[in-house]
Every structure is written in structure tokens, then in C-alpha cells.
Design a protein around this ligand. Sequence first.
Ligand code: HEC
Ligand code: HEC
Ligand code: HEC
Ligand code: HEC
Ligand code: HEC
Length: 268
Amino acid sequence: MRRMGLAGLLILGLLAAPLAVWADEGSCIQCHAPQPGALGEPVALWRGSVHQGNGISCHGCHGGDPTLMSMEAMSPERGFLGAPEDSAVPSFCGRCHVGVEEDYRASAHGLALGEGGPQCVTCHGSHAVRVAGLDLINPQDCSRCHDYGRAGELRTAMEQTETLILALDAELKQLRRIGIAVEDWQGRLFALRNDFHRLFHSVDVDKVRRQTDTFQAKLAGMQDEVAELRAELNQRKWIGAGVVILLLAASGLFALLRQSYGRQENTE
Ligand code: HEC
Ligand code: HEC
Ligand code: HEC
Ligand code: HEC
Ligand code: HEC
């Protein structure tokens, strides 16, 4: 009984070995990567993307079963969604980016979906998606459908807050490097940064200007807390330095005493 169990395990292990080779990245990538043209390209583009970096693979977006090494992996019964039509892209991406989809739907862009308005992939691409920043707002990409005027105003309105976010982020990273626990601040800054970047999708300059004050007040509050911590650290450094100076002075004095005591001994 027991031996059969072991043999069974052995056979299972042998069977699972080749399975494990592709389970590594999944059958979607195994089968698509070597294919030419539009079937293979998504794999190369997806590598190095923000989605790959966060563990979102082909089936995360397209559905399907990445443990099956056959066309069956792409059957609707396995949850396969296929590639979305243009007008279906916002709900395709919005399954995970719920807040962004909401802002987008209510915007001039969302309202023009299917009638010349851009959707998520127009601006972010589908496979080579990168961390989003204000550089996505530029004359080349934003004057394809209308003039750059209002797009540029939007960018200017967002730049100041973005600069503050980046400065605070750099400061927190520096504190972390010297061993200070800053996870709580980093978490709050990450959430604030997401809310702020989300705001873009309203493409509403007035709304951005109205909310700028709220964002900047929150950032100033965090900046103050960090400055307070810095002051405290500096104070501790001075106290530390004071103790070192006292110790040095004491050991100097000790050496002097020993020297003169030693001399006394010599003369005797
Ligand atoms: C055994 C090889 C194989 C596997 C495994 C495989 N695919 Fe495919 N895939 C193909 C081929 C071939 C096509 C083109 C089929 C066609 O045009 O009918 C395709 C087409 C696609 C398309 C385009 C569909 C469309 O509507 O245009 C997507 C998206 C896709 N695959 C995603 C996936 C995902 C996600 C997985 C894993 C869950 C996967 N594939 C697994 C071979 C494979
Ligand atoms: C972030 C979501 C996302 C991920 C992850 C993703 N795709 Fe796609 N994919 C899309 C969207 C959206 C489209 C349709 C728009 C387009 O063609 O660019 C698409 C289109 C495709 C097509 C059809 C291309 C064509 O021109 O007909 C294939 C094939 C495909 N993806 C395969 C893959 C494979 C393989 C992976 C994993 C390496 C993958 N996708 C990962 C979102 C994604
Ligand atoms: C299965 C869930 C899922 C789907 C579907 C999905 N994403 Fe993502 N996306 C993520 C995760 C997780 C991250 C990384 C965490 C974060 O930044 O929110 C991310 C990050 C991003 C970022 C970078 C965010 C930043 O902080 O700068 C962009 C841009 C993005 N996705 C766009 C898209 C687009 C466009 C689509 C549709 C083609 C899409 N996503 C579909 C899960 C998903
Ligand atoms: C695929 C076409 C297309 C692209 C690309 C595009 N837009 Fe638009 N945009 C539209 C349409 C359509 C409207 C609605 C009609 C109008 O107001 O002109 C619009 C409206 C706007 C508005 C006015 C909103 C309002 O309520 O007044 C702003 C601001 C804007 N876009 C910014 C941008 C920015 C920034 C980019 C680049 C990141 C961009 N657009 C790229 C099609 C596009
Ligand atoms: C007109 C171009 C455009 C369209 C359309 C667009 N985005 Fe964005 N997106 C941007 C820009 C620009 C930013 C960065 C704004 C910033 O840096 O403040 C951004 C930021 C993001 C972020 C990061 C912010 C966050 O909350 O994490 C995600 C995720 C994202 N977009 C997903 C999407 C999805 C999903 C759609 C479709 C529903 C979409 N975007 C439609 C241009 C666009």
C-alpha cells in the first residue's frame, strides 16, 4: 500500500516535470512567443511592462486557462474574453481600474467613445503599458484629434502638484535608506498619487484647478510631519555628538593623568 503510494508519487512527479516547465510562465506565453507577427508581438511588448512587473499576465486581461497547452486554453468555457473591440476597451481595463473608468466615462473623452474619442489603449497602449506620468500629455500625442491648447493648460495645472509629490517621494526614500520606518507615509503618498493621476481622466481643467488646493494641503501636511521628524533626528544627532565629545574629553583627561602619573613613577 505504502510502496504503491510512493511509486504513484514518483510517476506523478515525472508527469509534472514537463508541465512545470511551461507552468513557469503559462501556456499563453509558451505558445504565443514563437509565433510571427501580431500573435507573437504582444509577448515581447508585455515584457518589462508595469503589468508584468505586478504579476498581471496574458490571462489577467484576456481570461482563459494558462495551464492548458492547447487551443482549448482559449475557449469561452475557460473564461477567455478574446481581444476587445475599440469601444469595449474601457470596460475591459476597467475591471481592475474601476475609479479610472468612472472618471473617464464622465469625461468629454468618455462621452465621445465610438465617435472619435480616445480610449485607454489610444494613450497607454495595450501591451507595453508603462507607469503613467505627465509626459503622456504632449503636443505630438494630444493634437491628433484637436489642437493642443486645452491639453497644455491641463498639463500646466497638474505640474506643480506633481513636482511636490516627486519631492516628497524622494525625501521618504532618503529617510528609508538611513533606516527610518516610512512605510506608513509611503502608503499614504501612493494613494494620494493615484487619486491625483486619476484626476487627469476627467480632462476638466476647472475641476483640476479646484482640487489642486485639497491635494496640496494634504501634501503640505505630510511635508510638515516629515520636517518634524527630520528636526527630531537632527536633535538626536547633536545629543549623540555631545556624548561623543564628552567621552573623548574624558579619555583625553585620563591619558593626561596617566602620563603625569607615569612620569612621577619614572623620576622615582
Ligand atoms: C497552443 C497554442 C496557443 C495557446 C496555448 C494559447 N494561444 Fe492564443 N492564440 C493562438 C493562435 C494560433 C491564435 C490565432 C487563432 C485564430 O486566429 O483563430 C490565438 C489568438 C489569441 C488572441 C487573439 C484573439 C482575437 O480575438 O483576435 C488572444 C487575445 C490570445 N490568443 C490570447 C491567449 C491567452 C490569454 C492564452 C492563455 C490563456 C492563449 N492565447 C493560449 C495560439 C495559442
Ligand atoms: C493590460 C491588458 C493586457 C495584457 C496583460 C495582455 N493583453 Fe493582449 N490585448 C489587450 C488589448 C486591450 C488588446 C486589443 C487592442 C489591441 O489590439 O491592441 C489586445 C490584443 C491582443 C491580441 C490580438 C492582436 C491583434 O493585433 O490582433 C493578441 C494575440 C494578444 N493580445 C495576446 C496577448 C498575450 C499573448 C499576452 C501575454 C503576453 C497579452 N495579450 C497580454 C490587452 C492585454
Ligand atoms: C487584471 C487586472 C488588470 C487589468 C485587466 C488591467 N490592469 Fe492596469 N494595472 C493592474 C495592476 C495590478 C497595476 C499595478 C498597480 C497599480 O499601479 O495600480 C496596473 C497598472 C497600470 C498602469 C500604471 C499605473 C501607474 O501607477 O502609473 C496603467 C497606466 C494601466 N495599468 C493601464 C491599464 C490599461 C490601459 C488596461 C487595459 C488595456 C489595464 N491596465 C488592464 C491591473 C490591471
Ligand atoms: C482619438 C482622439 C483624441 C485624442 C488622441 C485626444 N483627444 Fe482630447 N478630445 C477628443 C474629443 C473627441 C473631445 C471632445 C470634443 C472636444 O471637446 O473637442 C476631446 C476633448 C478634450 C478636452 C476638453 C474637455 C472639456 O470638457 O472641455 C481636453 C482638455 C482634452 N481633450 C485633452 C486631451 C489630452 C490631454 C490628450 C492627450 C493625452 C487628448 N485630449 C488626446 C479626442 C481626442
Ligand atoms: C487621453 C489619454 C488617456 C486616456 C484616454 C486614458 N488615460 Fe489613463 N492616464 C493618462 C495620463 C496622461 C495619465 C497620467 C496623469 C498624471 O500623471 O497625473 C494617466 C494615468 C492613468 C493611470 C494611473 C493613475 C492611477 O489611478 O493609478 C491608470 C491606472 C490609467 N491611466 C488607466 C487608464 C484606463 C483604464 C483608461 C480607460 C478607461 C485610461 N487610463 C484612459 C492618459 C489617458
